[in-house]
Write a protein that binds this ligand. Sequence first.
Ligand SMILES: NCc1[nH]cc(CCC(=O)O)c1CC(=O)O
Length: 292
Amino acid sequence: MAQARETRARLCAAHGWDEDAVELVPVLASGDKVLDRPLSEIGGKALWTKELDQWLGEGRIDLSVHSAKDVETIRPDVFHFPAFLPRADRRDCLVGAASLADIPHGAVVGTSAPRRAAQLLNLRPDCKVVTFRGNVATRLKKLAEGEADVTFLAAAGLERLDQTEAGTALGAEEWIPAAAQGVIAIECRADDARTTEWLAAIDHAPTRAELEAERALLAALGGTCHSPVAVICVLAGDTLTMRAALFSPCGAERIEGTVHFTIGELDAVRGLAADLLARAPAAIADHFRAGD
Ligand SMILES: NCc1[nH]cc(CCC(=O)O)c1CC(=O)O
């Protein structure tokens, strides 16, 4: 809802509309209903899009507001994304310890993200990972109740809920975030020219450049929400720099690569994916579907 309010504010500002010109329709996603198992076990990212897709397809809403990182790599052709909002803080925050080094030996870490679990175990094999789902408030509550010693939450999510003091943001030199993290993606029906044009006015081109590259990497790797993959792509001037790491699920193996390219040069991204997969031991490669 915080993301939908931000979208409405930007749309109204861009077009000079009153706030009541845009109606917010809350749609509860399956991903919010099933909270006792990791997303990757119960149906993946479609759990965030299924209900919204149905409402959008039926014309009950004109646009859907997503966290870009929750959206599947391959989407139905009948929809498209005319707008990505300016990227918020893309970093993960560590909650419950001041730094990765300060996590107590043998600590219990709550997360159900394969990337966070594998990356943490790669750096801190002494830790134990337990499943931790639910929205930001639920996860902070579970932590306070002692279900885990530490957890990770996206800085963007904490920021949107005014809870930034809850954790310490981790820099890219020590911790790589998820593809598309911190980006709000707005989707509408591809044949809806009117909404497409309204949304195009609030699209942020630099964010789109990073996002398209990060999503192209996932597509080239055949990555899903089961795949422990971390990627950061940063635009500076006309050059994008992408750094990506693949992990085996329990963190024992890690391979990494970096590539520089210009906007739209997605062959460079596909080259990085091919290089990573070529170097990947089976413990990593088994979690990707190269070539799909
Ligand atoms: N379902 C997980 C999810 N999807 C989007 C965000 C917030 C960050 C973002 O918008 O990228 C979160 C919470 C988290 O990872 O801690």
